[in-house]
Design a protein around this ligand. Structure first.
Ligand code: NAD
Length: 385
């Protein structure tokens, strides 16, 4: 019987909810590319419950007890001698969500002599040192597609929020004002703007599909070109490189994973090539951009707005400059952790565990690395040094 560590965000400050705003969530059986939603043998939670915090435990407590596994659930991951560090030496599986990542560094992986599997309950496994996992033969898996649409909806919300100056206008209401001129002096319509997507994968394509009815001009760049019929359906222009896309777009959304090819790709030099007053939305990973270059560009007006919900490190320190920079529309990494998304990635985590412990293969599309190499979705979307 194994030890499984689950690192999750803290419970709400006023305790685990006793009731919810809605009585349930729509059942999603498959995703736009035909991939089925998670298919565990059973779930021990009610979809729509809060599962991503410590008390929610991704709905895994009963499964672990029934199967004789020790489930250590904690939010304590970063301080010296954290619960994660103390429990690691004899753990077989480590599970965490990108919202509250267990940073699985080479040092931690080296110390975890029994570690066989690292699961990202969600999407984006950059908090794991994938090369170190490969070196030690540790499998890395994530719940591909589980929250891609959740994020795509958030991207559309953020784009509209920035372009239409939603948050500052809302602030005038709560301050008791009726300052229309103050609100609209930075408000525009999205219609007719050029919107560019860097990373036309599951999220990027879903963002383009959702934005098309706004009569924008769509652009994208990716390692792989979309099928011709999809490009045609979207009316999207493909760019061979990000610089060519950045030069022509009014709004840019980052939707590729963080890996050696993409780290720091939006730096001061790249921002200087963008149109003055462009908007940048980043729900992918904070390290895709140069933190301080973003602040400077907002202060100078080179960027008209920056919204995102990914930070480094997470949780972000109280004095992180993105909390107070001008024209920001930040959220604390919530886009992929709606109650709807939690139900899917919790079920997907259970499916991966059931496969792993019964000797059945983990779905290929869930794999990031296996047997010392990138695999599955990882081989498609990641690189190693
Ligand atoms: P995906 O694998 O379907 O899409 C990623 C795309 O990026 C792929 O098409 C890939 O070819 C492309 N890509 C990889 N390297 C590139 C490069 N150098 N240049 C251009 N394109 C490149 O994954 P997805 O479901 O669309 O998710 C994308 C990323 O979004 C995740 O890896 C994660 O970092 C982030 N994400 C964030 C949240 C959140 O809650 N904020 C949730 C899910 C995913």
């Amino acid at each position: 019987m194994a030890k499984i560590i689950v690192v999750l965000y803290d419970d709400p400050v006023d305790g685990y909810p006793k009731s919810y705003a809605r009585d349930g969530i729509p059942e999603i059986k498959s995703y736009p590319n035909g991939q089925t939603a998670p298919t565990p043998q059973k779930i021990d939670f009610k979809p729509g419950e809060l599962l991503g915090c410590v008390s929610g435990a991704l709905g895994l407590k009963k499964w672990a007890a029934d199967n004789g596994h020790t489930l250590v659930v904690t939010s304590d991951k970063d301080r010296a001698n954290s619960t994660l560090d103390r429990e690691l030496p004899d753990a077989e599986v480590v599970i965490s969500q990108p919202f509250w990542p267990a940073y699985m560094t080479a040092e931690r992986i080296a110390k975890a002599k029994k570690l066989k599997l690292i699961i990202t309950a969600g999407i984006g496994s950059d908090h794991t040192d994938i090369e170190a996992a490969n070196k030690h033969g540790v499998t890395v898996a994530e719940v591909t597609f589980s929250n891609s649409i959740s994020v795509a909806e958030h991207v559309v919300m953020m784009i509209l929020g920035l372009v239409r100056n939603y948050i500052p206008s809302h602030d005038w209401v709560t301050k008791g004002g009726w300052n229309i001129a103050d609100c609209v002096e930075r408000a525009y319509d999205l219609e007719g703007m050029h919107v560019g997507i860097i990373g036309g994968g599951r999220i990027g394509t879903a963002v383009m599909r959702r934005l098309k009815p706004f009569d924008v001009k769509l652009h994208y760049t990716d390692r792989y070109r979309l099928p011709a019929d999809v490009e045609k359906e979207l009316g999207a222009t493909f760019h061979q490189d990000r610089e060519s896309l950045l030069k022509v777009c009014d709004v840019v959304s980052l939707n590729c994973p963080l890996h050696p090819e993409t780290e720091n790709m939006i730096n001061a030099q790249m921002i200087s090539k963008m149109k003055r007053g462009a908007y940048l939305v980043n729900t992918a990973r904070a390290k895709l951009v140069d933190r301080d270059a973003i602040v400077k560009a907002l202060e100078s007006g080179q960027l008209a707005g920056y919204a995102g919900d990914v930070w480094y490190p997470q949780p972000a320190p109280k004095d992180h400059p993105w909390r107070t920079m001008p024209h920001e529309g930040m959220t604390p990494h919530t886009s992929g952790s709606t109650l709807s998304a939690q139900a899917r990635y919790s079920a997907g985590t259970r499916e991966i565990l059931e496969c792993f412990y019964s000797g059945r293969p983990i779905r290929e599309e869930y794999l990031i690395a296996k047997g010392g190499h990138l695999a599955g979705a990882g081989a498609h979307s990641y690189s190693v040094r």
